[in-house]
Design a protein around this ligand. Sequence first.
Ligand code: ITT
Length: 230
Amino acid sequence: MNCYLSTSAATHDEVATLDFETVNIFLASSNSGKLREYSELANGSALTIALLPNFTELPPFEECAATFAENAAGKALHYSRFAHEIVLADDSGLVVPALSGAPGVHSARYAGPNGTARDCVQKLLGQMEGKQGTERRARFVCVIAVARQGSILAVVSDFVEGILANEARGAEGFGYDPIFCFPDGSRTFAEISPVEKNRYSHRGKAFRKLAEFLNSLASPLGSATSNSTV
Ligand code: ITT
């Protein structure tokens, strides 16, 4: 079992050795929805994203911290020890203020260790019964950590606000997308295209911050300390 967050942060010089022309990033994730979204986000940029080789055979990282940031950093550090390239880990989830922040960091296993995404959605709809108006507000949060060989290079985060639908709608996306609506209630994230989701989503916004940071390393005026950690 691994549950820790301790490392030496990369120094400016270590980070600045990135050759931005050839940044290959390995995603450490069991979630195929995340891989699809990151592949699409990196499409056309100088970054390439692929699943970390042999990911399913590597010792798992147990996400037992109380914050998305600690889980993302711990996950990135853990898996970065199994690769030479940069490793990206994403810890994300749905935060519902009217439920004291649940499901939050427990989003993936909200319906128990064997619960499916559909089970999670049904459980959440049950918890929301009788809640109306602003009580149905929800926020998707995404923290991305990138690490290389046991050193954290960057941690960035972002979020998107919406409201919870009364029933599941749409077939796109994954996880809680069928019940996460734009604030005007018009469409759920499962009713929009993957490209449109990436434009508005917590993950798309966080990834663009990461790309901007990596890009700044390629610029003579870039600074590894500005905007590098959120
Ligand atoms: P890895 O840890 O292996 O990456 P995971 O699915 O367990 O995969 P997390 O621990 O970060 O990942 O849990 C994220 C959960 O939050 C995910 O399983 C969904 O239930 C939910 N979630 C996060 N981003 C989402 C999105 O864009 N759309 C819908 N649900 C999302």
